[in-house]
Write a protein of this length. Structure first.
Length: 63
């Protein structure tokens, strides 16, 4: 059982038992947030790989 207000991310399910349920819109919204963060993490990961490659090249030149 989840306690929250009507205007929050959860929506009352109408069963009058004090429980709430996620609406489809909010699940889609959460999915969109996860997807956009996943894209950012993938970009950061590829940038990190490039930096690692450049650092290895620079270390090789210095030796």
């Amino acid at each position: 059982m989840v306690k929250c207000s009507e205007d929050s991310l959860l929506k009352h399910n109408g069963l009058n038992d004090g429980s709430y349920t996620f609406s489809i819109d909010h699940i889609s919204f959460i999915d969109h947030i996860i997807f956009s963060h996943t894209q950012r993490f993938q970009q950061l990961h590829s940038m990190n790989r490039e930096l690692l490659f450049i650092t290895q090249k620079l270390n090789f030149i210095n030796y």
